[in-house]
Design a protein around this ligand. Sequence first.
Ligand SMILES: C[S@@+](CC[C@H](N)C(=O)[O-])C[C@H]1O[C@@H](n2cnc3c(N)ncnc32)[C@H](O)[C@@H]1O
Length: 216
Amino acid sequence: MRRRTTFALLASLAGCARAPSPPPAAPPPEEPAAEPETKFAPLLDIDDPAREPDVVFWPTPPSVVEKMLLAVKVTKDDLVYDLGSGDGRIVIEAARRFGARGVGYEIDAKLVEESRKKAKEAGVDHLVSFERKDIFTLDLTPATVITLYILPGMIERMLPQLARVRPGTRIISHNFPMKGVEPDQVINADEPGRAHSLLLWTAPLKLPRRAPAAAP
Ligand SMILES: C[S@@+](CC[C@H](N)C(=O)[O-])C[C@H]1O[C@@H](n2cnc3c(N)ncnc32)[C@H](O)[C@@H]1O
């Protein structure tokens, strides 16, 4: 298991042990919903030596994985995308338990290899695959279920992609909110001594509305 990067990143994920704060309220509906603008710097290619994972591998505990999959009601007809798939546990469990197809997208080559090995061991390698990709470059429209355990800033950065998913796609985030987009449901997934919450949206997302441009 790879746990490199800074103390600050570890601390942010360790913060998952606390109850998360409620998602921020959307601004007043001044104008029709528009595609969110990206205000982040351009991405470095994943093969660029300067490119680091945007968050460390910090796994979702098995009991919480189970609650996530039950919350989105995964079936064999689903195609599950886990964005930042770590050791592959979410898509492997969705395939093992519910017969769902899945793809895990992960930036760390070693974790991609580990996931493929685990899928084979679990006998679900015909249902799932793992790709070394940067999640910010993905087309998410094939998915029917999207699972997230990434930091709020990363979810915000993915809003343009999430805004385009097919209607009816279920999106579930372990602990972290989607800026400006109220979840349809928040589910308590606490374990003894550790707080977890699951935030669930069904597409189309109710995106934040832009304030009108100031008069010249
Ligand atoms: C907190 S872990 C979650 C792992 C898994 N989804 C789970 O819930 O157990 C986040 C994962 O995202 C990966 N990651 C970070 N930045 C990424 C990026 N830009 N594209 C793809 N994966 C990324 C990390 O390597 C890490 O494995």
